[in-house]
Design a protein around this ligand. Structure first.
Ligand SMILES: Nc1ncnc2c1ncn2[C@@H]1O[C@H](COP(=O)(O)OP(=O)(O)OP(=O)(O)O)[C@@H](O)[C@H]1O
Ligand SMILES: [Mg+2]
Length: 297
């Protein structure tokens, strides 16, 4: 594990315990979706993982060693782990987008050309090159969100932690972000994302971590997000993909270990079924649309 919380507990001043006995390990190159209802402790957990909060019970380990919460220890943690805050206004502070995104890499002591290259790359990845010289406070919410993520990406952390990064992004922005995260994954970066989007979690994550009143459950995303009891406990909607897979299994059309996670995967699966000679699944007509003409096969 690169970073690991062991038996972690946390309560805010005068408040009840938000987290207790929480264990979460982040392995090299894995992507984890963190899910849970409003107020369940996702942001608190991410701040514990990135050193912004110190667990009151248990410990945070970096490469197996307990993190020291002094300047040296926290610097070591923060060069490995980067957190992008839920609210971009808590993250952005420099006058312009370029200044903001270049601040972190400059602080790493990189030379000017390297800083420039990283800033160019991150701005392009988040599709905000045209906003380079704009004052951050004049940007739209989604643009500020993209700028905040670009700043973290430019640090090239081993572990990138994103607190609801897709909230407020338009569909194109979401796809762009997922492309960026896929790119990071191929370089071995570990990514954790808090999200309320179960479909996104199923499609994107290797692992899921689900906060329920009974504690944190961790495991393979496909397994946890098909566990109705867990989804109910966490008040999560069933992901589209697991619902479709269950229907197909009930019809004997799909094996236990198969299951489309996206519309594209479902389309590919139906093509495969058609090739194998079974009747392909015909999408149901949208409500109110004219009846479908009979198939000419
Ligand atoms: N700074 C704070 N001081 C006191 N209580 C806090 C503070 N921050 C969060 N809390 C409380 O801790 C609990 C967990 O909050 P947290 O922000 O971690 O939840 P979350 O899962 O991220 O919620 P959301 O989905 O709304 O972002 C909530 O009950 C919240 O009211
Ligand atoms: Mg939160």
């Amino acid at each position: 594990m690169i970073v690991e919380l062991v038996g972690a507990g946390y309560a805010y001043e005068d408040g009840p315990a938000v987290l207790s006995g929480v264990g979460l390990g982040l392995a090299e190159g894995r992507s984890t979706a963190l899910l849970g209802r409003n107020g369940s402790g996702k942001t608190t957990l991410l701040r514990l993982l990135s050193g912004g909060l110190r667990p009151q019970a248990g410990q945070l380990r970096l490469h197996g060693e307990p993190v020291a919460y002094d300047r040296a220890g926290l610097t070591r943690l923060r060069t490995t782990v980067q957190l992008v805050l839920q609210d971009p206004d808590d993250q952005l502070f420099a006058a312009s987008v370029e200044q903001d995104v270049s601040f972190g890499p400059m602080n790493l002591g990189l030379d000017e050309a390297e800083v420039r290259a990283r800033v160019d790359e991150s701005l392009a990845a988040m599709d905000i090159v045209a906003l380079r010289d704009r004052p951050t406070h004049l940007l739209s919410y989604g643009q500020r969100k993209r700028a905040a993520i670009a700043g973290a990406v430019a640090m090239r952390p081993r572990v990138l932690i994103l607190d609801e990064p897709t909230a407020g992004l338009d569909p194109h922005g979401q796809e762009r972000l997922l492309d960026v995260l896929d790119g990071l994954r191929t370089t071995g970066t570990t990514v954790v994302m808090a999200t309320h989007d179960v479909d996104l979690a199923l499609r994107w994550a290797d692992d899921a971590a689900v906060l329920t009143p009974g504690g944190l459950r961790t495991g393979a995303a496909g397994e946890l997000l098909a566990d109705q009891e867990l989804l109910d406990a966490a008040r999560l909607r069933r992901p589209w993909g697991t619902a479709v897979a269950e229907l197909l299994r009930a019809q004997g059309l799909l094996g236990e270990d198969e299951g489309p996670r996206t519309a594209e995967e479902l389309a590919a699966w139906t093509r495969g079924v058609a090739r194998r000679g079974l009747s392909p699944i015909v999408p149901l007509p949208a409500p109110g649309s004219p009846p479908r003409p009979p198939s000419r096969r």
